[in-house]
Design a protein around this ligand. Structure first.
Ligand code: C2E
Ligand code: MG
Ligand code: MG
Ligand code: MG
Length: 286
């Protein structure tokens, strides 16, 4: 299955809706209504340690079940939610739901894992954001050590000092940070060194042609060694084939996330995977 997905994989997995102007307007009202009417839900994609195959974390990925348009992928509505500021209430909902779910798995007796939540610039820079994250942790009774926030490279590289100060407030209580889509933006390497970040996520675009493209190989290997020299973990996103996996192993990548292991699935499915992992070994590639 992973092989078929191959080069065209991303077209297959994220069909474009091709939203037109009038539909955008409708979507704008729709996001507000959708939050109120529980039209959003989260799926969770496992993140796997390469060495032992253990699921140590999941990434929360939001979906919108629109009453007329059907299931909509985040690439279709997150940019709009960011433009309109509706990402703030939506992101708040995502954060609570994700923390609540992680606590539920722990209460069900599974070994604690980390919940990774995507955070947009607009949310991050919103007033009192850090105290609202702490509030979400308090309300859901989730240990802060089990929450990781994914920030994009462009977010962290703008106003670096201010960003570091905000991150430090949350890091003090135990929350960790990852840089998402690493390699697609512009990174100030000396700033990267001073960021309180635990993990770099190599963007899926480098993985896509990894096996055929020597430049992508070079970049991927360089990012892995950069992260390790900076004492960060490194995770490759969008791993779909055994060939990619072999390359990542040979280059000592720490962790992987991709359809070869699992796509984003429901909380129930994650529960089954955690159950299996507890009784047997880790998650094997498909
Ligand atoms: P991201 O944070 O980089 O998330 C990874 C995306 O890659 C997810 O797409 C995931 O399903 C997809 N993916 C993972 N492995 C593979 C693979 O092997 N093959 C292929 N073809 N795709 C793979 P998704 O769920 O459509 O999300 C797209 C983007 O939307 C995310 O990219 C993130 O930037 C944004 N997003 C999703 N949920 C949220 C959210 O709750 N808040 C915010 N602010 N952004 C979100
Ligand atoms: Mg992410
Ligand atoms: Mg990413
Ligand atoms: Mg992305």
């Amino acid at each position: 299955k992973a092989k078929e997905a191959g080069r065209d994989g991303f077209r297959f997995f994220t069909p474009e809706l091709n939203i037109k102007a009038h539909e955008r307007l409708a979507l704008h009202d729709g996001i507000r209504r959708g939050i109120a009417q529980s039209e959003f839900h989260l799926l969770y994609q496992p993140q796997v340690e390469l060495e032992f195959g253990r699921i140590f974390a999941v990434e929360a990925l939001v979906r919108w079940n629109h009453p007329q348009l059907g299931l909509i992928n985040p690439n279709e509505f997150i940019p709009l939610a960011e433009e309109t500021g509706l990402i703030v209430p939506l992101g708040e909902w995502v954060l609570y739901e994700a923390c609540k779910q992680n606590k539920r798995w722990q209460d069900a007796g599974f070994e604690p894992i980390t919940m990774c939540v995507n955070v947009s610039a607009r949310q991050f820079h919103d007033q009192n954001w850090t105290s609202r994250v702490m509030h979400a942790l308090g309300e859901t009774e989730l240990d802060a050590k089990c929450l990781e926030l994914e920030l994009t490279e462009s977010l962290v590289m703008r106003d670096v000092n201010e960003v570091i100060a905000t991150m430090e407030e949350l890091r003090k209580v135990g929350v960790s940070f990852a840089i998402d889509d690493f390699g697609t933006g512009y990174s100030n390497l000396s700033a990267l060194k001073s960021l309180p970040v635990s993990r770099l996520k190599i963007d899926r675009s480098f993985l896509r042609n990894l096996v055929e493209d020597d430049d992508d190989k070079t970049i991927t290997a360089a990012v892995i060694s950069l992260a390790q020299k900076l004492n960060m973990k490194v995770i490759a996103e969008g791993v779909e084939t055994h060939e990619q996996l072999t390359f990542l192993r040979e280059n000592h990548c720490d962790e992987v996330q991709g359809h070869l292991f699992s796509e984003a699935v429901s909380s129930t499915e994650i529960g089954k995977l955690l159950q299996n992992q507890q009784s047997r070994s880790g998650l094997a590639p498909a």
